[in-house]
Structure formats: structure tokens, C-alpha cells
Design a protein around this ligand. Structure first.
Ligand SMILES: *[C@@H]1O[C@H](CO)[C@@H](O)[C@H](O)[C@H]1NC(C)=O
Ligand SMILES: *[C@@H]1O[C@H](CO)[C@@H](O)[C@H](O)[C@H]1NC(C)=O
Ligand SMILES: *[C@@H]1O[C@H](CO)[C@@H](O)[C@H](O)[C@H]1NC(C)=O
Ligand SMILES: *[C@@H]1O[C@H](CO)[C@@H](O)[C@H](O)[C@H]1NC(C)=O
Ligand SMILES: *[C@@H]1O[C@H](CO)[C@@H](O)[C@H](O)[C@H]1NC(C)=O
Ligand SMILES: *[C@@H]1O[C@H](CO)[C@@H](O)[C@H](O)[C@H]1NC(C)=O
Ligand SMILES: *[C@@H]1O[C@H](CO)[C@@H](O)[C@H](O)[C@H]1NC(C)=O
Ligand SMILES: *[C@@H]1O[C@H](CO)[C@@H](O)[C@H](O)[C@H]1NC(C)=O
Ligand SMILES: *[C@@H]1O[C@H](CO)[C@@H](O)[C@H](O)[C@H]1NC(C)=O
Length: 784
């Protein structure tokens, strides 16, 4: 059969339309000779939205209206999805020139109305030779009519009960004339004989060709003489005419019947399903027909071989009672359309089923039934699905946008109102991945945005609730028309018990150690010392010992390093305190702090306070062995020590009192005083106090000039930070030991060997020959 079939196709294709206009665009109007009809198609792009056809024959032109088409064998439809209009004209249609049921010539006018209202008419001529020999009986279930043609020599009684036939016979005998008449048999209805023209009035067309009887009926409701019934779950429409005439003394009767399954088909969510009874009674009423029944399916008016339908996923299930055909959504052979409506993705799928069944009727005559059945899904809404795949511990928003059809692309995202195309998102370090969805043709996108990303909204409440939120507005487009639509999603991540870093302070003998255990959101705050951010650099510069690992931060602050404040200094002990705090990086608002005060043993100390008070504890016996500490005084000899013990003195005095000398240079203000000692000369009679004019110890405070602007503006001492204090003693050059770290107080003291007491006239701003800082006594309080 293959060769013959292909030859047939070749011949079909070689029939060209002849139209009046010679320079039509390619494919504008095409014709094809199909098994039992001529197919004329015209592209909508050429023909506009409302093309019309007229059948043309020797009698004139006959507009093909809906009703006229259903009565005369023309099926016209506009099909937006393939994008064309098509006309199927039965070879037995009213205005066909039929030569021996073998050669059919059809003429049409195609009328196209331009937007301007101007009509253009094209002539379409086609001649088809029968591609496939006629079966004895053929039934065509077109979309808008039923047509049966029978070889005129076939005689058989169809599905007629004997009683009914007897009644028909009686009516025929009583009303038969030499002209043919017709009566329609209907369950429980009287038989009414009528002429062909009367039947034509009702929409029924009978005609005789060279060798065949043709009957055509529209479907209900015009088909008043027919009936619709349920046959094994399927709707079947039946029209049963009986023709009769009297030829001399013989009454001739032709029992005709046409039946079509009129099921609409339905969509079950996965596929379009259509079914028909296996035995289309009353066309065939016994099981005899089933044996030889051959069932084939196809689409668009053409049958398909089984391998092709299998490949496309169509299925044809034939049982004793029903034939069921299923075509999956979007299978090849159908047309799918997707579009945006109300900002939602819609789609539907249309398939034009073609079905053929060959069976032997009750009389053993082959019947070939053909059926056209367009089916479509309802309008389907593709609901996207959002899955929040965020894992809090990862601190990355992970959002899955799924159920996207293959023709949908993500082109942009708006994150908390900020636009990103896919390319920009990539550049900004956001990750957008397209992933296929398992077991479907759908795909999905996964968007990853770290909580710490600048676009993420952060909200912190002092109750310890930290919230990250992200509003997403996806811009999707349907390809190829690039129709956009938007999808919104919102994700939130919350953490409880998030508090600023917590410090622990520990007093050591000569330092304070701060401890801070790292917590996940520590990065929200910074650690500060005074106005400064604690960095490894700052720590190194100020001599803090900082250790920072993934678990914790340890900061050891040696006594006397920058940042300490002192109070309650006496000869035994004093308080040194140091403050560390956490603050918000943007506002510098302090969120937690710890000022740790520790009691330290006093050995020697000099403190130049911000209020302009110099407090010093020093060992005078080191400078002058045997010197009486309670015999010391300052430049103003009325200024005596506040406290003394065996060797040490404690002086505390305002920098503008006790004869303190002041010197100002470009950048600094230097205050200097001297601790002198009164010698008691052991004379023979009684001890005589003499004053040694040579100072024992020089104490000095240096403040940056810029810190003291209030002093000059308001005569009030109020430095921004403590001054730098120095204790200087007369030490012979050769004894100078510069190897001690300046901030260490625990080094062994080395007594002075010289007691040289000559007054060097030490005055501010001058070189002080012979006076060198004893390294271990020098405390330098740098600001940074
Ligand atoms: C179509 O056929 C008719 C009659 O056969 C003829 O008059 C007419 O010229 C034909 N038109 C074209 C375009 O061939
Ligand atoms: C339904 O199918 C069964 C076969 O299973 C058949 O016997 C019966 O006649 C059918 N019903 C009609 C109304 O055709
Ligand atoms: C999509 O959502 C609409 C309305 O919410 C619903 O009617 C429809 O059944 C849904 N479609 C699917 C395929 O889930
Ligand atoms: C998304 O598709 C899956 C099948 O791939 C389906 O199970 C799920 O219900 C769909 N979600 C929505 C919202 O339609
Ligand atoms: C984002 O893009 C839209 C159009 O795509 C535009 O109207 C809007 O102004 C943009 N917003 C920002 C913040 O760039
Ligand atoms: C989402 O973005 C589009 C385009 O920028 C905009 O038209 C739409 O209004 C946005 N939707 C919402 C809810 O912000
Ligand atoms: C998303 O997932 C995170 C982590 O599992 C969860 O905390 C959050 O409540 C979820 N829901 C939304 C709407 O973000
Ligand atoms: C300590 O180390 C952590 C990383 O382990 C770092 O985030 C933090 O900034 C460091 N702190 C200081 C003060 O350097
Ligand atoms: C100095 O202290 C000694 C004993 O510690 C005492 O005897 C002496 O009187 C004191 N001298 C003065 C001037 O206070």
C-alpha cells in the first residue's frame, strides 16, 4: 500500500490552485485533494480576520454561510492557531462538477476584506481525481454535517425492527408515486412522507450521482428528524430516512441511515480524551462488524501510521464497548498557545482529531466512517510555585520559583525595589540558577541572596530579634513574543536572642584582660576603645595584646597603656580602669560596654589628669639614699606630700599651683615641677634643717596644645585626654639603662650611685644635661 499511497500523495500535491491574481504571496492560498474532500487554505496573514468563500458553478455564486455549508457539504473555519482559514468541500458538495464519481472540479471565490473595507475576490479552481476508491458505504461525520453515500446497488435493512419496517412498508405502499419521496423514521413518531424538496426545506439533501446515493444532514437542532441517544456512554446522533417510489407495480424502498458520534471530548488534566462506541449502532448492530473493524487515527484530516502516533504519545484503546483516543497536552500534531492575562500565564492546546473506522455492516457490506473532531483544553492557568528553601544556618535566602513552562524565561528581578537584569544580578554576586524540574517539561529558577547582601532589609530590635527580609518581583517573559508578567514573593528570616557582644573583664596584677566570645551576628557591631575602632593595628600601636580567633577575642591591656583612667591613688594602691565597648558601625551608637576597674598595687605612678591635676608616687630614697620622704616639697615649698612611707612620697597638685613651671611650644604645653628634699644636718648640738637646692626628682606633664583650648578660652583646665607624665631623676650617664621596656614596672631597681646635687638650673625648654629619664620610671601616655 505504501507505494500507492505515496504516489497518491504526489498526485494530490501536483494539483495547483489557479487564482486570478498572479503575484500572490507564497502559501497565501493553497488547495489539496484529500480522500473525500478538497481542502482550501488561506493564511490569515494574507486573508485578514474575516475571509469568506463562495461556491461557484454554472448557476452562479453561492455564499458559503454556516447553514448553507452544513446543508451543502462545506466546512469553513478560521483557525487562529495554525494561523489560517480553511475550507473543506466534500466531493459531493452541492456545487461540485462530478464526473463519474471519479473526477471532481470545484470553483470558489475567496473574498478578502481589507481594513479599509475594500473587498478583493480571488478565484480558486481545483480538480481532484479520486485518490482512493469508494467503499460501498461511506459515512462522513464532518464538524457541521453528517453525510452518507452508498453505492446505488447496495440493498440492506439497517437496524430496523421488523415492526417499524412493516409500518414503513405500509406507508410507502399507500403514498408511493413515481417520484421519489422520503420519510424519516423516528422512535415513536408517525412516518410522514415528503418530497425531496420538502426535505431540502428542512435542511436534508439527497442526490443521486452516477453510481451513488448521497444523503446529507446537519446536526441538531436543525436535524428535527433525527435523534440523539447515549450509546454506551457516548452521544450518538442518528438520522434514518427511507426513500420510496412506485415503479409501475413495484414499490421500491431504500433504507438509509446515518449515525455519528457527537462526543465533544474532554481534558482530564493531562490529555485530551475522546471516545465513541465501538459498534456504532444502528450503523452496525451485531458483533459481526467488530471482527473486521479497522480503526485508525490522525490529526488535521489525515490519518497517521501507528509508529507516528505512538511516538507522539497518542493512544488508541479499543474495547468491546468503546474506542478511546487520548492525546497528551502539547503532543505534536496539536497547537499550543500561551499568553499573559491578568498578569498570569495562560495556555491552551488544540488538536483536530481525525478518526476512521472500517467495518462490515449488518449486511456484510464494507462501511467506511470518517470523523473530524476538533478538541481543545480549557484555558489553563499555569500557577507558579514558590518554595522557600532557605536554611537559616547558611544565612542565604534560597528561593525556588518553579512550574515555569518551557517558553518562559526569567529576565529580571526586583529585590526590595532594586532592579537587576540577570546579567546585573550576576555581576552583583547574586546567584540565579535555572534548573529543570524532575518528571516534567517545566523548569525552575533558584535565587540565592546572602542575608548580608546590601539589598536585604535588616531589622534589629533591642529585644534581640534580628530579621532579614527580601521582597522579590520576578519579571518573566513568554517567548517568542516576549510578553512580560510578574511574580511576587517575599521571604523572611528571623533570629532570636541576638545581642551585642558581651565582654568579660579580668583583673591581672599589671593588666586587665577582656574576653569576648564570638557569636554569629557579631559583625553587626564593632568593638571600640574610646573613639577608636579596635584593630590589630591600634592594639600594636598602644601595646595591647590582642588575640582573635574564630571562637573568641582576647585583649590584654597592660597597666598604664593608653586608655586607662586612674583614681583613688594612694601609696598602697589605686584604681586603674579601662573601658571597651561595642557600637553600631553606622551611627557609632554604643550598644554595650564594659568599664573594668581594677585595684593595682602602687609602686610608682604619675598621672596627668584631664582636669589638670598631677598625681605622682615616687621613691625619693632611690634618688637620694637616706632621704626622708616626709621632708620633701615642691617648687613651692609649702606643697608637701599628701602621703609618705619609708621611701616613697605621694604628691597631688593642680598644674597651676605649687610653683609649677609652664612652657608652651608649637604643639605642646609642658608643666614641670620638682620634688626637693630637706636635709637634716646632724650637728653636734641639735639637728639643723637645711634645704638642698638641687631637686631630687623632676615631674612633668605634657599636653597637646590643641587639647587645652578651653584653658585659653575660659581659663579652665579641661583636656580632652590625659597628659603624658614623666618622672625624671638625676642619673649619671653611665648608669643609664635603656633596655627596659618603657611600660614595665617590675624591673629591678638600680640604686643611684651618684648623689650629685648641684642645681643645673633646669628650666623648661632647655636641654637638661646630666638628666636622663630612667627608663623604668618613664611612663609615656601617648594618645595613640
Ligand atoms: C476557473 O475555471 C473556470 C471554468 O472552468 C474558468 O472560466 C476560469 O478562467 C478559471 N479560472 C482560473 C483562474 O483558472
Ligand atoms: C454497549 O456495548 C455492549 C457490548 O459490551 C453491547 O452489547 C451493547 O449493545 C452496547 N449498547 C448499545 C446501546 O449499543
Ligand atoms: C491555579 O490557580 C487557580 C486559582 O488560584 C486555580 O483555579 C487553578 O486550578 C490552579 N491551576 C492549577 C494547575 O493548579
Ligand atoms: C508544580 O508542578 C508540580 C509537578 O511538576 C505539581 O506537583 C505542583 O502541584 C505544581 N504546583 C502548582 C502550584 O501548580
Ligand atoms: C525598575 O525598572 C522599572 C521598569 O522596568 C522602572 O520603571 C523603575 O523605575 C526601575 N526602578 C529602579 C529603582 O531602577
Ligand atoms: C513588579 O515589577 C513590575 C515592573 O517593574 C511593576 O510593573 C509591578 O508593579 C511590580 N509589582 C509590584 C507588586 O511591585
Ligand atoms: C522561609 O524559610 C526560613 C528558613 O527555614 C523560615 O525561617 C521562614 O519562616 C520561611 N518563610 C518565609 C515566608 O520566609
Ligand atoms: C576577629 O576575627 C573575626 C574573624 O574571626 C573578625 O570578623 C573580627 O573583625 C575580628 N575582630 C577584630 C577586632 O579584629
Ligand atoms: C618624718 O617621719 C618620721 C618617722 O616616720 C618622723 O619621726 C618625723 O617627725 C617626720 N618629720 C616630719 C617633718 O613630719
Amino acid at each position: 500500500m505504501a507505494f500507492g499511497f505515496w504516489l497518491g500523495v504526489f498526485i494530490l500535491l501536483s494539483v495547483w490552485p489557479s487564482v486570478r491574481c498572479s503575484d500572490l504571496p507564497k502559501g497565501a492560498i493553497e488547495t489539496a485533494c484529500r480522500d473525500r474532500y478538497l481542502l482550501v487554505t488561506t493564511q490569515l496573514s494574507f486573508a485578514g480576520n474575516e475571509p469568506r468563500f463562495e461556491a461557484v458553478d454554472a448557476d452562479g455564486v453561492h455564499p458559503i454561510t454556516k447553514q448553507y455549508g452544513s446543508e451543502c457539504g462545506y466546512m469553513f473555519s478560521i483557525l487562529p492557531l495554525p494561523g489560517h482559514a480553511e475550507l473543506r468541500a466534500s466531493y459531493f458538495s452541492c456545487h461540485t462538477d462530478n464526473q463519474d464519481d471519479e473526477l471532481f472540479t470545484l470553483r470558489f471565490n475567496l473574498i478578502i476584506t481589507a481594513a479599509s473595507g475594500v473587498e478583493t475576490t480571488y478565484t480558486v479552481n481545483a480538480t481532484c481525481s479520486l485518490p482512493l476508491p469508494w467503499s460501498p458505504r461511506e459515512v462522513s461525520c464532518e464538524e457541521n454535517y453528517m453525510e452518507v453515500s452508498m453505492r446505488s446497488d447496495v440493498s440492506c435493512l439497517y437496524g430496523t425492527t421488523t415492526d417499524a419496517w412493516t409500518a414503513a412498508l405500509a406507508t410507502a405502499h399507500s403514498s408511493a408515486t413515481s417520484t421519489w419521496q422520503v420519510m424519516f423514521q423516528q422512535e415513536g413518531q408517525e412516518l410522514i412522507p415528503m418530497s425531496f424538496s420538502e426535505a431540502r426545506e428542512l435542511g436534508y439533501v439527497f442526490h443521486l450521482t452516477q453510481g451513488r446515493l448521497v444523503f446529507r444532514s446537519p446536526y441538531t437542532p436543525r436535524s428535527v428528524m433525527g435523534s440523539v441517544s447515549m450509546v454506551n456512554g457516548s452521544l450518538v446522533e442518528v438520522v434514518h430516512p427511507i426513500l420510496f417510489s412506485r415503479q409501475r407495480w413495484v414499490v421500491m424502498m431504500v433504507d438509509w441511515i446515518v449515525a455519528c458520534s457527537t462526543n465533544e471530548g474532554m481534558y482530564d488534566g493531562v490529555q485530551l480524551v475522546w471516545q465513541t462506541p465501538t459498534l456504532l449502532s444502528p450503523l452496525v448492530s451485531g458483533l459481526s462488524g467488530l471482527e473486521s473493524s479497522k480503526i485508525t487515527m490522525g490529526v488535521d484530516g489525515q490519518l497517521l501510521d501507528e509508529p507516528i502516533t505512538a511516538e507522539r504519545g497518542y493512544s488508541l484503546d479499543i474495547s468491546d464497548t468503546t474506542v478511546q483516543i487520548s492525546i497528551p497536552f502539547n503532543a505534536a500534531g496539536g497547537y499550543r498557545k500561551s499568553f499573559v492575562m491578568d498578569n498570569m500565564y495562560h495556555e491552551f492546546y488544540v488538536v483536530r482529531l481525525y478518526y476512521e473506522q472500517i467495518f462490515l455492516d449488518d449486511c456484510g457490506v464494507e462501511t467506511r466512517l470518517r470523523l473530524h473532531r476538533p478538541m481543545n483544553t480549557p484555558l489553563l492557568i499555569q500557577n507558579l510555585s514558590i518554595i522557600n528553601q532557605t536554611v537559616l544556618e547558611d544565612r542565604v535566602f534560597t528561593v525556588y520559583l518553579g512550574n515555569l513552562s518551557y517558553d518562559v524565561d526569567l529576565v529580571a528581578v526586583k529585590l526590595n525595589g532594586q532592579n537587576f537584569t540577570i546579567l546585573e544580578a550576576k555581576k552583583s554576586g547574586l546567584v540565579i540558577t535555572m534548573v529543570p524540574q524532575p518528571d516534567s517539561t517545566l523548569h525552575a529558577y533558584i535565587l540565592r541572596v546572602p542575608f548580608e547582601d546590601a539589598v536585604v532589609h535588616k531589622l534589629y530590635s533591642t529585644e534581640g530579634l534580628l530579621q532579614f527580609s527580601l521582597d522579590i518581583n520576578y519579571t518573566l517573559v513568554i517567548l517568542p513574543q516576549e510578553e512580560p508578567y510578574y511574580y511576587l514573593a517575599s521571604v523572611v528570616a528571623q533570629f532570636n536572642d541576638v545581642f551585642p557582644p558581651f565582654f568579660n573583664g579580668v583583673c591581672n596584677e599589671e593588666s586587665i584582660t577582656f574576653l569576648m566570645g564570638h557569636k554569629p551576628f557579631d559583625y553587626l557591631w564593632e568593638v571600640g576603645v574610646g573613639p577608636y575602632l579596635l584593630t590589630p593595628n591600634l592594639a600594636a600601636k598602644r601595646g595591647y595584646i590582642m588575640q582573635n580567633d574564630s571562637k573568641s577575642l582576647t585583649l590584654e591591656v597592660p597597666l598604664f597603656s593608653v586608655g586607662y583612667t586612674y583614681k583613688d591613688i594612694n601609696l598602697k594602691q589605686f584604681y586603674g580602669s579601662f573601658e571597651i565597648h561595642s557600637r553600631l558601625p553606622k551611627t557609632l551608637e554604643v550598644t554595650s560596654s564594659l568599664a573594668k576597674a581594677c585595684l593595682f598595687q602602687t609602686t610608682e605612678v604619675i598621672v596627668c589628669s584631664t582636669e589638670g591635676v598631677l598625681t605622682v608616687v615616687t621613691d625619693v630614697a632611690l634618688a637620694i639614699p637616706g632621704a626622708e620622704p616626709n621632708a620633701t616639697f615642691l617648687l613651692d615649698s609649702t606643697c608637701r606630700p599628701q602621703e609618705t612611707d619609708d621611701t616613697r612620697v605621694l604628691f597631688s597638685f593642680g598644674l597651676h599651683t605649687c610653683g609649677t613651671r609652664v612652657q608652651v611650644d608649637h604643639q605642646h604645653v609642658t608643666y614641670e615641677n620638682e620634688i626637693n628634699v630637706e636635709h637634716t644636718i646632724q650637728s653636734a648640738t641639735e639637728p639643723v634643717k637645711t634645704r638642698d637646692t638641687a631637686s631630687v626628682v623632676t615631674v612633668r606633664c605634657v599636653y597637646p596644645l590643641s587639647d587645652l583650648y578651653k584653658l585659653f578660652a575660659y581659663w579652665r583646665f579641661d583636656a580632652d585626654s590625659p597628659g603624658v607624665g614623666t618622672i625624671l631623676t638625676r642619673v649619671p650617664v653611665k648608669i643609664f639603662q635603656p633596655t627596659f621596656p618603657p611600660t614595665t614596672l617590675t624591673t629591678t631597681r638600680r640604686p643611684l650611685t651618684s648623689t650629685a646635687t648641684s642645681n643645673t638650673g633646669l628650666s623648661p625648654g632647655r636641654e637638661m644635661p646630666g638628666i636622663h629619664p630612667r627608663a623604668k620610671y618613664v611612663k609615656v601616655f601617648n594618645r595613640n
